[in-house]
Design a protein around this ligand. Sequence first.
Ligand code: APR
Length: 256
Amino acid sequence: MSESIDRARTLLSDAGAVVILTGAGISAESGVPTFRGPAGLWKSFRPEDLATPEAFARDPRLVWEWYAWRRTLVAGCVPNAAHRALAEWALRRDRVTIVTQNVDGLHARAAREVAGGRDAGAALPVEVHGSLLRDRCSGCDARTAPVAVDATSVATLPRCTLCGSLLRPDVVWFGEMLDESVLAAADGAAATADVCLVVGTSALVHPAASLPLRTRAHGGMVIEVNPEETPLSRMAEVVIRGGAAEMIPMLVGRTA
Ligand code: APR
């Protein structure tokens, strides 16, 4: 293992530009359930009932009940050593872009905590699947701060103060397009990176899972941190089989 760590560490510190792609696995050690792991959300819930525009049209009360539960769960979690180490690294050196599939807001929290009074901008993530910590109007698309949700009935669900339509969580559901400008930012970072560090994703959901391929297509290298094999493992220059909270500080920490 230490040989892979040393090699990955060298590749990362020698890289001119780095893109980091994270998934649910980076937040697992903060207590946020993954989607496809043994106790993953999709083991006990059906995405087609909860995470599609059709499901929201069919039963917005059920969808909101589930997202309100996830919001409460995430509110009780804190960034772990991996989130913090990446934030510190992104603030310490140039040309590091954190791209996340996660909607839990833990990367942004780590960036602000680590930055203290300084500008956290360089460590704020590109959230390609949106955020649980924001609402969006299902009618006029206005974004708002999250409101308290009473999912007792459709009549009690939160509504847009501008047009009166139902609010929804500002996350990207299956079958929906990603925000163009957000995807362009992620793609641009991947296409110009010398190294793509992939942390805690099963690499099954596109277009996010294609970002490491963009880096490779431009002659860059992929480093994977995941306790398990994924479709990206065979194309990675270095594979590190371990948990993010332990491995990431070893890769990008000051003292490793
Ligand atoms: N450290 C690193 N990786 C971990 C850890 C850990 N402590 N624990 C689990 N993992 C790995 C698992 O082995 C798995 O490969 O994290 C990955 C989590 O995969 P998924 O649950 O499929 O989550 P993710 O890849 O982020 O899902 C992508 O799918 O459901 C949609 O929109 C949702 O953004 C999500 C997307």
